[in-house]
Design a protein around this ligand. Structure first.
Ligand SMILES: Cc1cc2nc3c(=O)[nH]c(=O)nc-3n(C[C@H](O)[C@H](O)[C@H](O)COP(=O)(O)OP(=O)(O)OC[C@H]3O[C@@H](n4cnc5c(N)ncnc54)[C@H](O)[C@@H]3O)c2cc1C
Length: 395
């Protein structure tokens, strides 16, 4: 490649696509590179939940609330309906621990803006008539929404292409080097791309891609499994979820191992969270079993499918005869302090990393704007200091 790009974006998941779209709105010449095609990573494998409730106070929450606001009008801006829909979330509470956590949340600072409320089983059934919560309670959330993840990807792709982003599928990036004159050389299987700036949005592959650079990034990935059923007549109106402390325990243990530089002994450790909802086309989207496994894999586990199906039937016995159409697994980037990596790399100030988000969908539009601000040397409306990738190498 002889030409020099203003920005090369690595990774065409939702983050990379959104970044490429924002850059093109600012009239920059953008090359978008992916080792596969569209939706090769987690962005085509997720459940489409737009979660505003689990952000930590401070920068995470500020960005989440701004992301939610931007996402709610994004369909109109992109000119494509990706099925954004505000949705009632019912969180089933099946143990004392979950009840205690819910009570903490109900008394916490987010309770008011997000309208958390504890429901009795009868009240839950008023929202979701086929839900059999037995004697469990549920928490009601608002300011949560859903999207169709595949349509969201396509919406960004279409808008980015319309605005002139140049798309290079099957272009694996293998390394970077300084080119002098404030340029970066991006080495790929299809030759070298020169760019003024590079934005890395390679999700769970980011650490592997950046490992030759002298940057300490103690990242790992967890793997999520999900499934989709055949289309059904309208049955479910809410998103019903089960969020257990097992996932938090898994993440804490993995984070501690990573920070201590230890090989994690957590292989084979898995946990079940559940979210089930009916999409606009009638299919039920069901996720997810999560585990840690240090190798990328592309087949789902029997026990994961069984656990998910069993839990869905426990709540919705009426779904017993429904057929599953497709199952999948995908790796998701994980950072030991549960904070994203968002900012330029130390020693490589022309390379910006954007990955490791806890709830990626809700953050995607605001992250794309911030990355574009950085590429244009514009003032950012937020201080991203606490998310800087350099933080792990510092005392
Ligand atoms: C089952 C499941 C359910 C989930 N549910 C939700 C949910 O409801 N809500 C939510 O917010 N999040 C959810 N997530 C997490 C979410 O999907 C991810 O955090 C998000 O998709 C990450 O987006 P990304 O663009 O950073 O990475 P990805 O979508 O993984 O994209 C990274 C891209 O980089 C490319 N790439 C990698 N290495 C290279 C290289 N060397 N050269 C070129 N290209 C490269 C890959 O091919 C890939 O296309 C879920 C994940 C899973 C697996």
């Amino acid at each position: 490649m002889k030409e020099t790009w203003d920005v090369v974006v690595v990774g065409a998941g939702m983050v990379g696509l959104a970044v490429a779209y924002e850059l093109s709105r600012r009239n920059l010449r953008v090359a978008l590179l992916d080792k596969g095609g569209l939706g090769q990573g987690a962005s085509a494998a997720n459940c489409g939940l737009v979660l505003a409730s689990d952000a930590e106070p401070g920068l995470s929450r500020d960005l989440t609330l701004e992301g939610f606001r931007l996402l709610s009008t994004l369909s109109a801006r992109l000119g494509y309906d990706f099925e954004f829909e505000q949705k009632t979330f019912l969180q089933a509470l099946i143990s004392e621990t979950e009840l205690a956590e819910a009570e903490e949340m109900l008394n916490g600072p987010l309770s008011k803006p997000l309208h958390f409320r504890l429901l009795t089983p009868e009240e839950s059934r008023r929202y979701e008539p086929y839900l059999d919560t037995k004697d469990a309670l549920a928490v009601f959330h608002s300011l949560q929404a859903v999207v169709n993840p595949l349509q969201l990807l396509f919406a960004y792709y279409r808008a980015a292409r319309r605005q002139g982003v140049t798309w290079f599928p099957k272009t694996e990036v293998r390394g970077f080097s300084d080119y002098g004159n404030a340029q970066v050389a991006v080495q790929t299987e299809r030759g070298e791309f020169k760019a003024r700036k590079v934005i890395v949005a390679a999700g769970a592959w980011s650490a592997k891609l950046l490992s030759p650079l002298p940057v300490e990034l103690p990242m790992a990935f967890i793997q999520g499994e999900a499934m989709v059923t055949e289309a059904l007549p309208s049955l479910l109106s809410c998103c019903t979820g089960l969020f257990t402390s097992d996932r938090i325990d898994l993440e804490k243990a993995l984070g501690a191992d990573l920070l201590a530089g230890k090989q994690s002994g957590l292989e084979e450790t898995s946990c079940l969270e559940l979210d089930v909802r009916q999409m606009q086309g009638g299919n039920l989207l069901i996720g997810q079993k999560t585990d840690y496994n240090s190798a990328y894999r592309d087949t789902v586990s029997w026990n994961g499918m069984g656990l998910m199906a069993g839990q869905v039937l426990r709540w919705f016995p009426t779904l017993r005869a429904v057929r599953v159409l497709r199952t999948w697994v995908s790796p998701v980037a994980f950072t030991p302090d549960h904070q994203p990596l968002l900012g330029p790399l130390p020693h490589f100030e022309n390379i910006f990393l954007a990955t490791g988000f806890k709830s990626t969908i809700v953050l995607t539009p605001i992250v794309a704007e911030l990355a574009a601000d950085w590429a244009c040397d514009a003032n950012m409306p937020y201080d991203l200091g606490e998310f800087r990738p350099a933080r792990f190498g510092e005392e």
